[in-house]
Design a protein around this ligand. Structure first.
Ligand code: FAD
Length: 539
């Protein structure tokens, strides 16, 4: 305690008193996630530069006070701002929010951890840029770097975000700092465009780890293509999923439907459109099958459906790819259609005419593709699904932590093959339904080899006992999936010890690296270091 007081006064001297927060309400908010946690946060410190951060880290070492970095702290469903261990001071990096470099020709930006998808989008618009950063389902106010260091994902050309990042600047747990790749050479002209540099590639060490604090990195952007079209497909029978997955993999292997996109089940689609239908379902949970069935019929939704964009150098290329996709999928799906800018404009004119004659409103979303998420316009649309089981309406300014929305993710990686996906989906459906939650599933087709199967356990934290029931469901699900070989690609703060033991010396290596880089164990103890399974020290 005395050490903490000394550290706080040193941090106040380094940052100014306004940037060392010990206000009770702020700390309670920082201790709140979208599931139950018990970790206490004694303070929040807010450096504004890499140099201030280095000073903060050195102070943490001097007084042996553990710290835990967050960039925007929107890690909803995986722990929000709550540290993995009790008693960590949060280092809020939101004030490091500059876009430091931008190159239109080489298509990259260099950013700090506080930069959000919205900020980057607005910046690119202001520059009149022809580049975009593909978006994901989280909030436009999240951190691009926070998401990338978790190896978070999205759809579109840069959907595997960390694959398109390089030149990290990292403050080490001792307070020193390094660059990855070629950026360590002051005059390296290719530092921001050559990913691996020369020598051991260190970038991966600073994702899903507690070995450094990333203070900047370069992200590669995509040029807005000459021609973009959006596809929509659906199947009406669960048994058709296996064949569909194999057919999509075959297309991807041929270089078609290349960028990541998601296939959603009906529960997932319903949860982003509306809240739980308490009036129709009464107190029944999980959602009665009859309701889902009648919703599908009314909306002509399938049991699984996908929407994604295809990016082409010309319309000619686009039409050829469309034709190949139609030929490959037409017997595997119940609906398949494509939308491009010309079709949107045609439909608009048609509907304008019909509306004048019949008074009926258009049944399509009259946005242009240029203003859509497919070209990087960030949207908070999916966050509404966190309010699925709430009995109060979704507020205009959504904050799942504040509003006690229950959300827990479970995200196993699955091979891109029908039989594996069907097996994982069956385990998920059986387990989650048995625990009286809805099997809300998204199959994120990351590459031609692997799918991130993302399950959301959504509930209302206001309902007594629901926190415990939801976590029991999540823990059961992780165990059952792992027993069948489906290991999560990302973990919540509560689940760092949920994985099966490794078959090699992985843990001994992680322990050795952590001890070497962080001798005082001050940086995010327990975050992805699996320390509870470390062997005890000798002597
Ligand atoms: C409805 C819904 C939809 C979602 N959709 C998606 C989605 O499509 N894809 C997706 O990936 N996630 C999704 N999420 C999860 C989450 O909201 C995002 O991953 C979000 O980007 C994480 O918050 P953040 O970016 O503010 O990162 P932060 O919360 O700031 O950081 C995440 C973690 O990374 C570590 N960290 C942060 N900054 C640093 C740093 N500079 N150096 C070292 N370590 C650091 C910390 O441990 C921190 O806890 C979704 C959540 C909800 C509720």
């Amino acid at each position: 305690m005395q050490h903490l007081e000394q550290a706080l006064s040193s941090w106040r001297a380094a940052l100014g008193p306004d940037y060392v927060i010990t206000d009770r309400a702020a700390l309670l908010a920082a201790q709140t996630a979208t599931f139950a946690t018990a970790q206490q946060v004694p303070a929040i410190i807010c450096p504004a530069s890499r140099e201030e951060l280095q000073a903060c880290v050195r102070i943490a070492n001097t007084f042996k006070v553990p710290i835990y970095p967050v960039s925007r702290g929107k890690n909803w469903g995986y722990g929000s701002r709550v540290p993995t261990h009790d008693g960590c001071v949060i280092v809020d990096l939101g004030r490091l929010n500059r876009i430091l470099d931008y190159d239109e020709q080489l298509a990259y930006v260099t950013i700090e951890p506080g930069v959000t998808p919205r900020q980057l989008f607005e910046y690119l618009r202001e520059q009149g840029s022809n580049l975009f950063m593909s978006v994901n389902g989280s909030t436009p106010e999240a951190s691009l770097i926070g998401n990338m260091v978790e190896r978070g994902t999205g759809t579109g050309p840069n959907g595997d975000r960390f694959m398109h990042a390089c030149a990290l600047e990292v403050v080490l747990p001792t307070g020193e700092f390094i660059h990855t790749g070629l950026e360590r050479f002051a005059n390296a002209k290719a530092a921001r465009v050559n990913r691996w540099g020369v020598g051991p590639a260190l970038d991966g060490l600073f994702t899903q780890s507690n070995l450094g604090i990333v203070t900047r990195l370069t992200i590669w952007l995509s040029p807005i293509p000459e021609y973009i079209q959006v596809f929509n497909l659906s199947i009406k029978q669960h048994c058709a999923l296996e064949e569909l997955i194999d057919a999509i993999r075959a297309l991807k292997r041929r270089g078609l439907m290349r960028t990541p996109f998601s296939i959603w089940n009906d529960y997932k689609r319903l949860s982003v459109r509306q809240q739980y239908p308490w009036e129709q379902a009464g107190a029944d949970v999980p959602l009665p099958a009859a309701f889902l069935e009648s919703w599908r019929q009314k909306t002509r939704e399938g049991v699984w459906s996908a929407g994604g964009a295809l990016y082409h150098p010309s319309r000619k290329h686009g039409l050829i790819e469309r034709d190949l996709i139609v030929r490959a999928l037409k017997d595997k799906v119940d609906t398949l259609f494509f939308i491009d800018e010309a079709k949107i404009q045609f439909d608009k004119r048609l509907w304008g005419f019909l509306q004048r004659v019949t008074g009926r409103k258009p049944g399509f979303n009259p946005e242009t593709l240029k203003n859509s998420r497919f070209l990087g316009v960030p949207s908070a649309r999916n966050i509404a699904s966190a309010y699925w089981r709430k009995r109060t309406p979704v507020p205009p300014a959504m904050d799942p932590d504040r509003d006690r929305c229950g959300t827990i993710w479970c995200s196993p990686a699955v091979p891109f093959e029908g039989k594996s996906v069907a097996e994982a989906v069956k385990i998920i459906t059986d387990t989650v339904t048995a625990h009286t939650f809805e099997p809300n599933i998204s199959l994120l087709c990351m590459s031609e080899r692997s799918i991130h199967t993302i399950v959301a356990i959504m509930y209302d934290r206001e309902v007594a006992g629901e926190d415990d029931r939801a976590m029991a469901c999540h823990d059961d699900l992780i165990q059952r999936l792992a027993r069948s070989g489906y290991i999560p690609y990302r973990l919540g703060v509560q689940s760092m010890q949920s994985l099966p033991p490794p078959q090699d010396d992985y843990l001994a290596l992680i322990k050795r690296i952590k001890r070497a880089l962080d001798p005082n164990d001050i940086l995010a103890p327990g975050r992805y270091d699996f320390r509870d399974a470390w062997e005890a020290d000798e002597g």
